[in-house]
Design a protein around this ligand. Structure first.
Ligand code: FES
Ligand code: FES
Length: 1010
């Protein structure tokens, strides 16, 4: 078809096959990469463009529908403010506001959000907050929680109306705040009128500094992200945004059977189809056992997977790989592959899978055990930890509370799916450009699978459109790589949204039994957790995810009095294979599962004892100066080493959070729980206290290198992978602080296995802490050379040379104590061109001996409809001790986005399989993630402590918001109406049933009392 349209103001003609979608036409035929692919069904909104001024989803439109229309994409909006001698208009006010407010995390949804907002503001220059949320409701964002995008649009609307808006960083850095504790600037009402206001437009979170004043200039600043300008312009920054001559499209033929042997597979017809470049089955590639879990060597889990096998173990397992000239041809080829299966009994329940005589999933002779894995019993891993004497502790208790809790399988649902492009470079080295959290693990783990030495592979990680643990899996790279090896051509493999649900990894579902002994005064004497985990068909992260369920969840409660010094804790777990899609890493890494059980259980214990839930928690939780109870018992399958908790701001978190939500006015106040005129509605308030870790001690390693350029700027190269979290920015801020330059003088590059130092990757909440320390050490080496050279320069011309150690770096200059200075540009020219030339450069790496836990108190306020069981979460407040906050914008963005994901875990997200093992949820209609117009009010409070093991005192912030939302909401539901729910998500049906059960039990106990 020949189409004529106006694209970004220019008339274009494009010839496409008639079945081409508008999204494909824009990306593949017109090279417009600001339009993103997040699904194929019109649900995520990532592919939004403006057609004749109206937002439309291009993935569900034929290109033919654009004939004669005017299409506006992000590429036509705004320009980089510095383009050499050419004058530019700079960024559009919407783009500028997104940059300033921290509204961009991964940036994958950002072009669509800006276009949707542009359409809104064209019609309504003074939108209310509800209007903005409505306009954004067609664009799903998995990162931000929508708070900052809404703030950005309200701010841009004000700018476009000609109103003045407050400078974010200027207000924040006023000297009094800097010196005496940082408070947010006053809130301004940009939200228009007439609707409920959920968005505080003060932008910055409240920060309660519990440490001495600091005079840092970069660390602590709400700096815009270093990659924000390119993301807000929709530049081709992501893995799929690349054009290559002769690139093939890859597809995977997936198993329709949950458990079967492939009796026969015939790909002849598929191979004969014109346009098909390769079809690979298990017969065509080497049989190499490996694990897809992206972890350090040795991988702490079984090796139990092949790229292609003669056996399939879940509906969605790989059967064949296809490469073709187009997606349509690849799909047709898949339909021509003839496969006959010998069905095997399918195991869909982990308890059944553990029974004697159960069919065996892994009978391959190549299987490699790790620890206590035992494929003959379908056991991927087993954990057995006893700390102290649990039975004695139970015997010493006045009362023992027991309960069972369940958590579902849920999906990371990053809006950018998994995507990889592979090709041979001019040296016949295999280049893997992939959306991964673990580029160095990809190279190491895939090398044997592909028959290449690691040095023959280069892995490039471009921008990532969200990962949340799902991209800690080496799951798609081998597909494209095998096909490039087979064809010699570049290959792109991008999963569909359905594949993300039935093929990609997810959060492990668990059944968790709790048993807790307590004294009458609320002292915990013993605490026990027993877990049954379903790992699915492969043991990716099987041991380590469930290990963290106990390691973090069960470490928080040590008891009081003598039990505080020698707690009694037991943690046993079986991690079992079933014929369902494998689970894997998901932000929080086992800890949200544990805290659903622990914090619901502790609420029951506190209420059972008649104690205030806050008082009970403060009495029994871990404190600074105490030994992490698990540090002597378990370390992800490695040698444990004792670790003392240096900092714990939990008590202050509880104080700050409870004040913010109004705990003392609401908890136990019968009047507050009722809503006048609506007797079927009940309000409730709940709390959960949680902890996480910061990296894996003695294992996680980050590296950094810094090179000085001849204008006094620096290249910072890190192996760490920014998956939207802002880690590139906070790493650069730490370097800028040491080097005395503005953030703008750091050019950050991450990451490429050829050019950046090794980093274990983005997981375990480790980047700011581990990679950050490596960056600081590298910067210190550079600073040392700058000081030495500056001292020598200042000693010229008969002047006295200052001692290098007395030189201070600030404002792009090296300052002597007497006030003389040379600029860093002068030092750089001196070093590179003038005198005893050298490249000033520093390289450093860091492994931590500790994993300092962040702590948090999470509060929720809900309304429950007692007739239907429907739960409305009205407000979430999180007070968190994450150590020093390097960047309040990116850190609060992490909390808001994490709380939003956790809210889905609490009330609506769940993956279910039918009796044949087929996934029920395969799109964003059946699997609901929160939209902008469905959000509760979110509030973040940082309680800063200074962690002494980091140069700037940081701990972690990325995962902890996942941990406490579900139990806080569960406890609020209990508080509202007595429904004691033990399973998430808290669907109306589950809440209604729990409510019915609670009414029956209260009738029974009433009758018993009589
Ligand atoms: S709505 Fe079009 S890509 Fe998702
Ligand atoms: S910033 Fe919205 S999906 Fe990542």
């Amino acid at each position: 078809m020949r189409l004529r349209l106006t694209l970004n103001g220019k008339r274009v003609v494009v010839i496409v096959p008639s079945e081409t979608s508008l999204l494909e036409a824009l990306r593949d035929h017109l090279g417009v990469f600001g339009v993103k692919h997040g699904c194929e069904t019109g649900e995520c909104g990532a592919c939004t463009v403006l057609m004749d001024g109206e937002p439309v989803n291009t993935c569900v439109m034929l290109a033919a529908q654009a004939d004669g229309k005017s299409i506006t994409t992000i590429e036509s909006i705004g320009q980089h403010p510095e383009l050499g001698w050419r004058r530019t208009e700079g960024l559009d006010p919407l783009q500028q506001a997104f940059v300033e407010t921290g509204a961009i995390q991964c940036g994958f949804c950002t072009p669509a959000m800006i276009l949707a907002a542009r359409a809104l503001l064209a019609e309504n220059p003074s939108p209310s907050e509800a209007d903005v949320r409505q306009a954004l409701s067609g664009v799903l964002c998995r990162c931000t929680g929508y708070l900052k995008p809404v703030q950005a649009i309200l701010r841009a609307a004000a700018v476009l109306r000609g109103e003045s808006v407050q400078s974010i960083s200027g207000a924040f850095l006023a000297p009094p705040e800097l010196q005496s504790g940082r408070e947010p600037p006053p809130e301004s009402d940009l939200s228009g009128g007439g609707s409920e206001v959920l968005t505080r437009t003060g932008i910055l979170p409240q920060i309660q500094v519990t440490s001495p004043p600091r005079m840092w200039t970069s660390v602590g600043r709400p700096e815009p992200k270093v990659d924000a300008v390119k993301l807000v312009q929709g530049k081709p920054a992501f893995a799929a945004d690349i054009e290559m001559r002769g690139m093939l499209v890859a597809k995977v033929l997936h198993s329709p059977m949950a458990h079967a042997r492939i009796k026969k597979i015939d790909a002849a017809k598929a191979r004969a189809l014109p346009g098909v470049a390769a079809v690979l089955t298990w017969k065509d590639i080497p049989r190499v056992i490996y694990s897809t879990a992206g972890q350090s060597d040795p991988i702490p889990g079984p090796l139990d997977m092949f790229s292609l096998d003669e056996k399939v173990r879940f509906v969605g397992d790989r059967v064949a790989l296809v490469a073709a000239e187009s997606e349509a041809i690849a799909e047709q080829a898949m339909s021509l592959i003839q496969v006959s299966y010998e069905p095997l009994p399918a195991l869909l329940d982990p308890a059944e899978a553990m029974k004697d005589g159960a069919p065996r999933l892994h009978d391959e002779p190549e299987y490699v055990n790790f620890g206590d894995s035992d494929p003959s019993r379908n056991l991927a891993a087993h954990i057995h930890i006893d700390i102290g004497d649990v039975e004695r502790g139970m015997a010493e208790a006045d009362q023992v509370f027991e309960g069972e809790y369940r958590v579902p399988k849920v999906q990371q649902a990053s809006i950018e799916p998994h995507v990889v492009v592979t090709y041979w470079d001019e040296d016949n080295r295999l280049v893997i450009r992939t959306s991964t959290q673990v580029p160095f693990h990809v190279r190491r783990q895939l090398a044997p699978v592909l028959g290449l030495a690691p040095k023959r592979i280069r892995v490039i990680k471009p921008r990532i459109g969200g990962g949340f643990g799902g991209k800690q899996e080496v799951m798609v790279e081998d597909v494209a790589a095998h096909l490039t090896i087979a064809t010699g051509r570049p290959v792109r493999y991008e999963t569909t949204r359905a594949e993300e649900f039935f093929f990609a990894r997810s959060r492990h579902p668990m059944r968790i039994r709790m048993r807790t002994g307590v004294k009458r005064d609320g002292t915990i004497t013993a605490n026990e957790m027993t877990v049954l985990t379903d790992t699915g068909a492969y043991g990716c992260h099987a041991l380590t995810v469930t290990g963290n369920t106990g390691h973090k969840g069960m470490a928080l409660y040590v008891g009081d009095g003598p039990y505080r010094k020698s707690p009694n804790i037991r943690f046993y777990a079986d991690i079992v294979y079933t014929n369902t899609p494998p689970a894997g890493a998901f932000r929080g890494y086992g800890v949200p599962q544990g805290f659903w059980a622990v914090e619901r259980h502790m609420e029951r214990v506190a209420r059972g004892l008649g104690m205030d839930p806050l008082e009970f928690r403060m009495k029994n939780t871990l404190r600074a100066g105490e030994l992490h109870p698990f540090s002597t018992a378990w370390s992800e399958g490695r040698e444990p080493r004792p670790e003392t908790i240096n900092t714990c701001g939990l008590e202050e978190c509880i104080a700050q959070g409870s004040a913010a939500i109004g705990w003392s006015e609401k908890y136990g106040n019968a009047g507050w729980h009722r809503i006048r005129g609506k007797p079927h509605l009940r309000r409730g308030i709940g709390v959960a206290t949680v902890m996480q870790g910061t990296a894996i001690p003695y294992l996680d390693m980050g590296g950094a290198s810094i090179k000085m350029n001849d204008d006094g700027s620096f290249n910072l190269m890190v192996g760490a992978t920014d998956l939207g979290t802002g880690s590139d920015t906070v790493l650069a801020q730490q370097a800028a602080e040491v080097l005395g330059v503005p953030l703008d003088d750091l050019i950050v590059y991450s990451s490429d296995t050829d050019f950046t130092p090794f980093d274990k990757g983005a997981y375990a909440s480790s980047t700011t802490y581990i990679s950050g320390t490596a960056v600081v050490h590298a910067a210190q080496k550079v600073a040392e050379r700058i000081r030495w050279r500056a001292a020598r320069m200042l000693g010229k011309g008969g002047q006295e040379a200052p001692a290098p150690d007395d030189i201070r770096l600030a404002d792009r200059q090296a300052w002597a104590p007497d006030g003389r200075s040379v600029t860093l540009a002068e030092v750089a020219l001196n070093a590179l061109h003038h005198e005893d030339q050298e490249q000033i450069m520093g390289v450093a790496s860091y492994v931590s001996p500790s994993s300092p836990p962040p702590f948090a108190a999470q509060f929720a306020e809900v309304t429950v409809d007692t007739e239907t069981g429907a739960v409305t979460v009205n407000r979430l407040v999180m007070a968190v001790d994450s150590g020093v906050i390097v960047n309040p914008l990116t850190a609060s963005g992490q909390i808001e986005g994490g709380m939003t994901q956790a809210l889905g875990y609490a009330v609506c997200e769940e993956m279910v399989y039918d009796e044949a093992g087929r996934a029920r949820e395969q799109d964003f209609t059946d699997y609901h993630i929160f939209r902008s117009d469905e959000m509760p009010e979110l509030q973040t409070i940082f309680v800063e402590t200074i962690e002494p093991s980091h140069p700037f005192g940081v701990k972690a912030v990325a995962e902890i918001p996942m941990d406490g939302v579900a139990p806080a909401v569960g406890n609020a539901v209990l508080d509202a109406c007595g429904a004691d729910v033990d399973t998430i998500p808290m669907t109306p049906e589950r809440v209604w049933k729990a409510l019915k059960a609670s009414r029956q039990s209260s009738v029974l106990s009433h009758q018993e009392k009589k």
